[in-house]
Design a protein around this ligand. Structure first.
Ligand SMILES: *[C@@H]1O[C@H](CO)[C@@H](O)[C@H](O)[C@H]1NC(C)=O
Ligand SMILES: *[C@@H]1O[C@H](CO)[C@@H](O)[C@H](O)[C@H]1NC(C)=O
Ligand SMILES: *[C@@H]1O[C@H](CO)[C@@H](O)[C@H](O)[C@H]1NC(C)=O
Ligand SMILES: *[C@@H]1O[C@H](CO)[C@@H](O)[C@H](O)[C@H]1NC(C)=O
Ligand SMILES: *[C@@H]1O[C@H](CO)[C@@H](O)[C@H](O)[C@H]1NC(C)=O
Ligand SMILES: *[C@@H]1O[C@H](CO)[C@@H](O)[C@H](O)[C@H]1NC(C)=O
Length: 434
């Protein structure tokens, strides 16, 4: 399951004088000023209220911004024009299909998610929610003990459907699912990937998710099926089946990092070797993503529908019947805005990107915590091809300095997360499977 690593979170707080209030579904955000509980369990505004914002852990059910509806689309990787860093996204999924953190680049029409030495890897998340549909991804996983590649659907209340590749075993892809983040050790399943290993060879991985079942399909053949009927809990009289709008997330992360729980390190096949052949050349662990596609299915026939722009939660039980489709906007006016006041800061924002510091009305580190946050030592308001720590860079091609000083054609496609507080938080948060 997707989970916080506390030690890393504490490390992130050292770069910030501001300690955000923690939140979870039994201890919601208490201040109306910082009402949104982010995917990583901290209260704030702006980006905290967008993708991953947990309505059950927030101040109120409508604190998180409404969720952009599903969009059938095929993604290829000639460039990263449709991807932005978290500090540039305010909920307009028509303007940006993806948000990401970490170092990524495009090469030969593929997306390369990287994890340089001692880094926390890459998270690449789609901004359109899927409420039943089929997602397909052509992948070459990363390799090496402790290195995990993931292709998952994750809802804001933590319903989850996973593929995960553990770099210590290149013949297997692991599958799993969760309902509302509840841990269940029985839900995992391993699929043997035939015909070459998962690092060297392309394979196509699909999740076919309907109101009745989930199929995990590898190279066109159904390898595992989960039926909703089989998830019924006689005690609670509920189907513990993933059933809320979920975002597609792709990531590469250091499960075998020494500071992680021993169980996580063991699951990942041991501690990461930060001096491995991939770290030496090309200079980072990497996973290669080819074409990714999303095909949306119809919402359940009895859904409450008053529009076609956004999904919203209407009840804190957060089951299928507690989702409506409405015409609500999904776009925040600034990084200080929240689902409770989506227009906050509109007059001060010169553009919809709202990246300037004056677009955060409260001006404090507790707000969206993005580019305008003054508690971060190296935050910057520009984006795109950008600087990175020199020690992390090799001749293999991550751009140093300005876009003109690149090291080849690929340079224009390489982007690096800037050091905003939220970026640091997001980057430091890794996905841990318990
Ligand atoms: C929820 O947060 C509270 C306050 O931070 C904490 O005491 C509690 O252990 C958390 N509960 C869960 C289930 O994580
Ligand atoms: C959706 O829009 C309606 C009407 O404008 C508003 O009353 C409601 O609070 C909005 N819901 C959310 C979750 O933002
Ligand atoms: C969202 O972005 C699209 C494309 O850039 C633009 O046409 C539209 O006006 C934007 N919508 C809002 C609400 O900002
Ligand atoms: C899948 O494989 C991993 C690694 O070999 C193992 O730890 C895990 O128990 C397996 N899971 C299942 C459900 O067989
Ligand atoms: C079924 O629901 C009950 C009550 O919510 C819970 O305690 C129990 O752990 C659930 N059982 C399973 C197998 O999830
Ligand atoms: C950061 O913001 C706080 C609160 O708004 C302010 O008191 C402080 O002077 C600011 N620090 C810098 C370096 O701008």
């Amino acid at each position: 399951m997707v989970r916080f690593v506390t030690s890393l979170l504490l490390a992130s707080l050292s770069v910030s004088a501001f300690a955000a209030q923690k939140c979870n579904s039994s201890s919601q955000c208490k201040e109306e000023k910082y009402p949104c509980c982010s995917q990583y369990g901290e209260c704030g505004t702006g980006a905290y209220c967008l993708g991953g914002c947990d309505p059950l852990a927030s101040f109120s059910l409508d604190s998180c911004a409404p969720m952009p509806v599903c969009e059938s689309k095929t993604y290829t990787w000639e460039n990263l024009d449709n991807a932005v860093t978290q500090d540039k996204y305010l909920g307009n999924s028509s303007a940006a299909d993806w948000t990401y953190s970490g170092k990524v680049k495009t090469e030969d029409g593929n997306l390369i998610m990287t994890m340089p030495a001692k880094s926390v890897g890459t998270l690449f998340a789609n901004n359109h929610y899927v409420w039943y549909g089929k997602i397909s991804g052509k992948f070459k996983s990363s390799r090496g003990k402790g290195v995990v590649t993931a292709f998952i659907l994750l809802s804001d209340v933590k319903d989850e459907i996973d593929y995960e590749w553990v770099g210590a075993d290149l013949t297997t892809v692991q599958t799993n699912y969760y309902w509302q983040g509840v841990l269940d050790w029985q839900n995992g399943g391993n699929i043997t990937v035939d015909g070459g290993d998962t690092f060297d060879d392309w394979h196509t991985y699909e999740i076919d998710w309907t109101p009745e079942k989930v199929d995990w399909i590898v190279d066109g053949s159904v390898q595992r099926t989960l039926k909703k009927d089989d998830t019924y809990n006689e005690t609670s009289k509920q189907y513990e089946f993933p059933q809320t709008p979920a975002r597609l997330q792709m990531s590469l992360w250091p499960a075998g990092q020494a500071s992680n729980a021993q169980g996580t390190i063991d699951w990942a096949g041991g501690e990461i070797d930060w001096n491995s052949e991939d770290i030496q050349d090309p200079g980072y662990y990497y996973a290669t993503v080819g074409e990714v596609s999303v095909k949306c299915y119809d919402a359940p026939s009895d859904v409450k529908k008053t529009g076609d722009n956004a999904y919203i939660y209407t009840n804190s039980a957060a089951m299928e019947s507690d989702i409506s489709i409405t015409d609500n906007s999904t776009v925040l006016a600034s990084l200080g805005a929240t689902g409770l006041d989506m227009d906050l800061g509109a007059d001060k924002s010169s553009s919809s990107s709202g990246s300037a510091s004056n677009s955060i009305p409260t001006g404090s580190g507790g707000s969206g915590g993005m580019a305008g946050d003054n508690t971060s030592s190296d935050s910057s308001s520009d984006s795109g091809t950008s600087t990175t720590d020199g020690s992390e860079t090799s001749t293999s091609g991550f751009t140093q300095g300005t876009p003109t000083q690149d090291s080849g054609a690929a340079g224009q496609n390489e982007r690096v997360l800037r050091g905003s507080l939220f970026g640091v938080l997001v980057a430091l948060v890794v996905l841990v499977t318990l």
